[in-house]
Design a binder for this molecule. Structure first.
Ligand SMILES: Cc1cc2nc3c(=O)[nH]c(=O)nc-3n(C[C@H](O)[C@H](O)[C@H](O)COP(=O)(O)OP(=O)(O)OC[C@H]3O[C@@H](n4cnc5c(N)ncnc54)[C@H](O)[C@@H]3O)c2cc1C
Length: 438
């Protein structure tokens, strides 16, 4: 059934707006065809796709600023095509890391013994030339401002920051959302459709009573964002990831910008009060190089392997991390979300053009949920497979013991280790599963 048209003034095109106008002074509308809750990367790509299809919409984002920590960094082939399709591909490439994606490295510490190296761009046996890079390395804190600026440039979009959706009610033909600004003012907006792109903790999903299915939390981790020039230790083996095996500082070093910006992920050993006093020392131990890292932020998080039991409740649809939470092993979270946004917006456009909404939107879950489940499983398998490397080496109480063990590996053990490293290739080279038709 075709949804009833909204009053004329809400469907008329607004003139292009300046960034300041959309952020601050333009009043929140009372009605909008589509409400997007959450202006993270998936909500913003959803907005660009809606604009491309000439669908007016409102995006509300509760933060005042875009993401500061680098977080996601892998943008794979199909999501990049989608970004190209909405016209931001070149801008995204321009803010991406220049670091060559040649290797993934396992080492005792960044400055210590190397345990294994996986080539991401094997050389052509005839020409000797390296293959293309397997993905684009774009830090989320550089991606989001590009998406935000582009979303705000579109005349079909009103994108407001500092506005939180605090309640959602559904009538047969509309969704009524209560919005609260940072200064506490509340207002209501009526939409034909709401898209919940409000992240892994999705308040909208909780308000709708949609359960997550799967496992988690799987422990607790710290994400330390720090500044340091690490060029001398990565120059000869450039790559985005260094798996650190130091027994007291095990973790993953993600190089976002070799001269400046990095993330170290390691176990959280602090209490529930938000403090882990051991982190600066563990970061220094993991690096083990003569630089003094400047810690910019510390966040704690827990991996989950979960997919929402359903992607739709009435006129509200889930997309991105609101619909699934994967371990970061494989970098599939954001990539899956961008592909879901494309699938969903194509269906909504058909519905808005008079298509049968029940079938089209039911099809969204049928197309995207199995792909999300497959990507959740793949991310978890990647996480488990990493243990193969430590299994060959065994566990050692301290760095000196580990380094002695590495030096004393037999030829057979070295071969086993090389095999365990090679077995990780699908983790870094797979594009994951696509939604049906994606
Ligand atoms: C360390 C790390 C590395 C990662 N690496 C990768 C990678 O390489 N590749 C990859 O694909 N994925 C990766 N991920 C996952 C990726 O960061 C997430 O999948 C991605 O951020 C999901 O985007 P999203 O827009 O769905 O959710 P979010 O980024 O969480 O955005 C949700 C937004 O909604 C807003 N919001 C929440 N509630 C409300 C509300 N009630 N009203 C209004 N706004 C609200 C939030 O403020 C937020 O801005 C990584 C994650 C981590 C932690």
């Amino acid at each position: 059934m075709r949804s009833p048209p909204l009053p004329r003034e809400t469907t008329m095109r607004a003139p292009p707006l300046s960034r300041e106008t959309t952020m601050r002074t333009r009043p929140l509308p009372r009605e909008t065809p589509v409400l997007v809750i959450g202006g993270g990367p998936v909500g913003l790509v959803t907005s660009l796709l809606l604009s491309q299809r000439d669908i007016e919409h409102l995006v509300v984002e509760r933060r005042e600023e875009t993401q500061r920590a680098p977080a996601a960094h892998v943008i794979r082939r199909r999501p990049m095509e989608i970004l190209d399709g909405v016209g931001v591909g070149d801008e995204v490439r321009a803010v991406s890391s220049r670091l060559a994606l040649d290797f993934i490295t396992w080492c005792t510490t960044l400055g210590g013994a190397e345990v294994g190296r996986l080539g991401l761009r094997p050389a052509d046996p005839e020409t000797g030339e390296r293959g293309p890079e397997p993905w684009l390395n774009c830090s989320q804190n550089r991606l989001e401002p590009v998406l935000m600026a582009a979303a705000r440039r579109q005349q079909q979009a009103q994108v407001v920051s500092g506005v939180e959706c605090v309640a959602i009610d559904q009538a047969p033909e509309a969704v009524v959302a209560t919005l609260r600004t940072t200064d506490g003012n509340e207002s209501q907006v009526e939409a034909r459709w709401a898209i919940a792109a409000d992240g892994a903790g999705s308040p909208t999903r909780r308000m709708l009573g949609i359960e997550m299915e799967g496992i988690g939390p799987l422990g607790r981790f710290a994400m330390i964002h720090f500044e340091a020039d690490l060029t001398p230790w990565i120059r000869d083996r450039p790559g985005p990831l260094y798996w650190i095996l130091h027994p007291e500082a095990t973790g993953t070093l993600i190089v976002h910008d070799p001269e400046r910006s990095h993330v170290f992920m390691t176990m959280w050993t602090g209490g529930a009060d938000g403090q882990d006093e051991t982190l600066p020392d563990r970061l220094a131990a993991a690096l083990d190089v003569p630089v003094t890292p400047k810690i910019l932020s510390v966040e704690s998080w827990s991996p989950h392997v979960q997919v929402a039991s359903r992607y739709r409740e009435g006129r509200v649809l889930l997309v991105g991390d609101a619909a699934h939470r994967f371990p970061p092993t494989g970098g599939l979270g954001l990539n899956t979300g961008i592909q879901e946004a494309e699938n969903l917006v194509a269906r909504l456009a058909e519905v808005e053009a008079g298509g049968p909404h029940a079938g089209l939107l039911q099809g969204y879950e049928a197309a995207c949920r199995p792909a999300a489940q497959a990507n959740a499983d793949e991310s978890f398998e990647n996480m488990k497979r990493l243990a193969e490397i430590a299994r060959v080496i065994g566990s050692w109480p301290d760095l000196a013991g580990l380094e002695r063990r590495i030096a004393d590996l037999t030829d057979a053990e070295r071969q086993q280790l090389a095999k365990a490293v090679d077995a990780q290739s699908s983790h870094f080279l797979s594009d994951g599963s696509f939604p049906d038709g994606g």
